[in-house]
Write a protein that binds this ligand. Structure first.
Ligand code: SAM
Ligand code: DTB
Ligand code: SF4
Length: 332
């Protein structure tokens, strides 16, 4: 992509997989207005800047997770007071998905607090994917680590996306999670990619990381063999009883810079302004949309934590002149 002095983009932004840490860092460190203009021009060249896609989450198996992710309300290692539940009934999941479709969500994301799915659960998981897909919605699952056998089953069931976040930089990862490695995460992503399921992978901002960690996380994602088709950027929701309960206080403009860099480095991907919107001002969210976020989670609950409800989002969209996006404008 060339940018003329008029700010007009000459041709489509290039999808690159050879980003260096240095050039990514120098983009991140640009004067705020320069960074935002660049990101917005990329955004405009690839998407309708006034349309936001909405995904809805459902926790299909809550709590009691054997992993020790320092941010998570669902880890059995932390005392968060969350009640653990069994895997949800297939019929209930489909009924909830129907409600979400009615409220305008186009993608249904089902999450389980597992290190990895057990063979005995796979029939129900497959039935959930098939049932939600039959409603005409895109399907997404996040179930922890997968083997090639699991990804083949999910692909055959019609799963569109698999969410598996790298969460932060490789350097910072060890300080947040000890029960699995950054390399484990990349391995599951490789299995998902190989199966033809679209990848949803991003991370969390505000976990006590440094700027360089936010940049490195995006360099890792952008230099994967294919860009994740969906990149969720979460603001840490500090959860009482977790090691990160005192974190999450980050300059909102640093969060906006992270969104902008994701947009520039992965121009064709959906960039989702994900967890943490209840703690964000309307102005910060508006800047995120200008910087290239083209998707949000809708509804009053994420997996276990609060999210602005439909009314609040409708009011925000009204103030910004934003409409709900249906299908994507372009495939990455
Ligand atoms: N167990 C699966 C896994 O970890 O892959 C799926 C569920 S997990 C809750 C999905 C993602 O939610 C995590 O990778 C993390 O990025 C995000 N997340 C979890 N707790 C969060 C919090 N308190 N604040 C922000 N994001 C969070
Ligand atoms: C993602 O990146 N964010 C979503 C989804 N993928 C699964 C989850 C956010 C969870 C926020 C904390 C909670 O609700 O427990
Ligand atoms: Fe378990 Fe996922 Fe929470 Fe980690 S983020 S503790 S793997 S539910």
């Amino acid at each position: 992509m060339n940018m003329h002095s008029t700010g007009v983009i000459d041709g489509e932004p290039k999808v690159r997989h050879d980003w260096t840490q240095k050039e990514a860092q120098s983009l991140y460190d640009l004067p705020f207005n320069d960074l935002l203009l660049r990101a917005h021009l990329v955004h405009r060249a690839m998407f309708d800047p006034n349309a936001i896609q909405r995904s809805q989450l459902l926790s299909i198996k809550t709590g009691g997770c054997p992993e020790d992710c320092g941010y998570c309300s669902q880890s059995a290692h932390h005392k968060t007071g969350l009640k653990a539940s069994k895997l949800a009934e297939v019929e209930r999941v489909i009924a909830e998905a129907k409600k979400a479709r009615h409220a305008g969500a186009t993608r249904y994301c089902m999450g389980a607090a597992w290190r990895s799915p057990k063979e005995r659960d796979m029939d129900a998981i497959v039935a959930m994917v098939e049932g939600v897909k039959a409603l005409g919605m895109e399907t997404c699952m996040t179930l922890g680590m997968l083997t090639p056998h699991d990804t083949t089953r999910l692909k055959n069931a019609g799963l569109d996306y698999y969410n598996h976040n790298i969460d932060t930089s490789e350097r910072h990862y060890k300080k947040i999670i000890t029960t699995r490695t950054f390399a484990d995460r990349l391995e599951t992503l490789a299995h998902v990619r190989a199966s033809g399921i679209k990848v949803c992978s991003g991370g969390i901002v505000g976990m006590g990381e440094e700027k360089v960690d936010r940049v490195d996380m995006l360099v890792t994602l952008a230099n994967l063999p294919e860009h994740p088709q969906s990149v969720p950027v979460n603001l840490l929701i500090p959860v009482k009883g977790t090691p990160l309960e005192k974190e999450g206080k980050i300059d909102p403009l640093e969060f906006v810079r992270t969104i902008a860099l994701a947009r520039i480095m992965m121009p064709a991907s959906d960039v989702r302004l994900s967890a943490g919107r209840t703690a964000m001002s309307a102005e910060t969210q508006a800047l995120c949309f200008f910087a290239g976020a083209n998707s949000i989670f809708a509804g009053e609950t994420l997996l276990t934590k609060d999210n602005p409800g439909e009314d609040e989002d409708a009011a925000l969209f009204g103030r910004l002149g934003i409409k709900n996006a249906g299908a994507r404008l372009r495939a990455p």
